[in-house]
Design a protein around this ligand. Structure first.
Ligand code: ZN
Length: 233
């Protein structure tokens, strides 16, 4: 990806950070400046921890893919999340389900560890305190991982849930048809998000647009892949 720099290589996979990610950090630091240095550092620390969880999510996909011979070229951090560039998706549906679910499973595991940690720290985390999620560091990180798992399991491309849905359909239908149906379900969900966004929260309109465009892209990509060999024969 252009405008991104390699910052580390873990398990043989280069981790890259896109330039716009630093803009996000700068913008958040600027927004938190009213609270002083403590607030700025607290915000930075939380964002870095939240994005570390995103990297671990992508590693879930990458390492599960490796078990099926899929090579991950790199993992890039963007302000909107992470992208793991897998050279292909395994075509056997159970393997695709495993690769897609491995990401959200990592977030569920992190959330479980954080919940255990909070329960084993008596007197520190009062779950009845409505300000718990503002005051502490661990509690919002726990919530963040739950949200990541839930959001990515929405059955719409480009979310992991869209891949799970496609793979489940592909167990009974041919791959292109399964992709087309999954993409249409994704567009339907995007439309629903759009309507909710107009009524409730404009952020949802952005998500709707993201999902709507992603649904079309996945559909076009797989059709291209399946049509090229036929044209040569
Ligand atoms: Zn994922």
């Amino acid at each position: 990806m252009r405008w991104s720099w390699k910052v580390a290589t873990i398990a043989g996979i280069p981790i890259r950070i896109h330039a716009t990610f630093f803009l996000l950090l700068a913008w958040l630091a600027w927004a938190a400046r009213g609270g002083g240095l403590r607030e700025v550092l607290g915000t930075m620390g939380f964002i870095l921890a939240a994005f570390a969880c995103i990297v671990l999510h992508e590693f879930g996909h990458a390492l599960m893919g490796r078990r099926f011979g899929v090579v991950t070229k790199d993992i890039t951090l963007l302000p909107i999340g992470g992208v793991a560039r897998l050279d292909r998706m395994p075509r056997r549906p159970p393997e695709e389900v495993a690769v897609a679910l491995a990401g959200p499973a990592v977030n569920v595991a992190i959330a479980a560890v954080l919940l255990l940690f909070m329960h084993l720290s008596p007197g520190v985390y009062d779950f009845g305190d409505p300000l718990l999620y503002q005051r502490s560091f661990v509690a919002p990180l726990f919530l963040w991982n739950l949200l990541m798992a839930a959001f990515n399991l929405i059955p719409a491309f480009p979310m992991d849930g869209g891949r799970v849905l496609r793979a489940l359909l592909a167990m009974r239908l041919d791959y292109v048809r399964a992709t087309r149906i999954a993409a249409n379900v994704g567009r339907g969900i995007a439309l629903l998000f759009g309507i909710l966004g107009v009524l409730w929260n404009p952020m949802l309109i952005l998500i709707a647009l993201f999902v709507f465009l992603g649904a079309g892209q996945e559909s076009a990509f797989v059709q291209m892949r399946t049509e090229i060999p036929q044209s040569g024969s």
